[in-house]
Design a protein around this ligand. Structure first.
Ligand code: TXA
Ligand code: MG
Length: 326
């Protein structure tokens, strides 16, 4: 049987050793768990792609332990990008900036930009500050499937692919945010959200005291923006309202095996299995991936998800659920 070493949050030194020796580490962050390697170690980063089954042209995010490290990886960094880093780091925000040479093709998929983020999870920050070097970390799931929000998710997804003699997973508890970071393209004259997350476009506009004009959107590849992603095995059906739920239920043949994800105030339709009943949008984000995984654990064929409303993290939840449904 395969196994993988699980470290606890007191074992930062051991986690640093794993990374320094060229191993991979399941790394807790406030958004989702990452699969980490030292960013300048090309071989280790290439192993991340193998373990995830991820195509090589999908660039990864480099995680850093201080705002000043922006300048180690990026060049021509705009004042706006610096303002966003000062305001939102450490936190769930990834900035795309022009890359320096140190950001090799194995990190950027050959693009001339690099994605940088300073996470706020104390364990992640502790490791990064000890290492004093950037760490590449895509979400620690197999390519295309649901991101992990607990150490158990990482172990069950990747145990068969990790090397028990070199790699480890650090258990830093359940992720607080629950969906991946907001990605902002800072190479445009006004920074624009490429992937929605806990920090919204209006948070960004407010921090910059300006809003986007309808300038042309640069051709930038962000494969997280693929139409299908974050998908469980179960079929995900989307509803805007209770009326939609009833209509969807009429179309599903096996009514007794339908999972149901919806805000707390909506009652569970007869025969459905309630997978989550979030009280608000932050709650919804935090439990979303666990609920989608639970659908698969229970072998459910269909999940009806009632989309949250609002222009906060609801935008990110709607984005992920729409991709899970494709
Ligand atoms: O919250 C997060 O961002 C998590 C945690 C672990 O930090 N990481 C994460 O990584 O979600 P990943 O690799 O699953 O998603 C990163 C996304 C991908 O869609 C990738 O295409 C995009 O970021 N990306 C990375 N570098 C980019 C670049 N230079 N230009 C455009 N998109 C980029
Ligand atoms: Mg991912």
């Amino acid at each position: 049987m395969s196994s993988v070493r699980v470290l606890n949050s007191g074992q930062i030194a051991e986690a640093v050793d794993v990374l320094r020796s060229g191993g991979l580490l399941g790394l807790p962050t406030e958004t989702v768990y990452g699969l980490a390697a030292i960013a300048t170690n090309e071989n280790a980063v290439r192993r991340i792609y193998e373990v995830k089954g991820r195509p090589l042209d999908h660039p990864v995010i480099v995680h850093i332990g201080s705002v000043s490290e922006l300048d180690e990886w990026g060049i021509d960094i705009s004042d706006q990008a610096r303002t966003l880093a000062e305001k939102f780091w450490p936190g769930p925000l990834t900035l795309i900036v022009k890359r320096k040479q140190i950001a090799g093709d194995w990190l950027t998929g050959g693009q001339d930009t690099i994605a940088l983020r300073m996470p706020s999870h104390p364990v992640a920050l502790g490791i990064l500050r000890e290492l004093k070097t950037g760490v590449a970390a895509p979400s620690a799931n197999r390519f295309g499937s649901v991101s992990p929000t607990s150490a158990l998710h990482v172990v069950s997804d990747l145990m068969d692919y990790l090397d028990s003699s070199r790699d480890a997973v650090l258990d830093g508890g359940n992720c607080e945010v629950g969906v991946e970071s907001t990605i902002v393209n800072c190479t445009l004259s006004h920074p624009k959200v490429l992937r929605p997350g806990a920090i919204s476009q209006s948070d960004i506009d407010e921090a910059l005291k300006s809003t986007s004009t309808n300038e042309e959107i640069a051709e930038i590849k962000a494969p997280g923006l693929l139409a299908s992603h974050y998908a469980p095995n179960a079929r995900v059906l989307l509803a805007e309202s209770e009326a939609d739920v009833n209509e969807l239920l009429e179309r599903v043949s096996e009514k007794n095996f339908v999972g149901f994800i919806a805000p707390e105030k909506l009652r569970t339709p007869d025969g459905c299995i309630r997978l989550a009943m979030p009280q608000n949008n932050s709650d919804y984000a935090q439990i979303l991936y666990e609920a989608l995984r639970e659908a698969d654990n229970q072998g459910l064929q269909n999940v009806i998800a009632v989309l949250p409303q609002g222009d906060d993290i609801a935008v990110a939840i709607r984005d992920r659920l729409t991709k899970a449904a494709n």
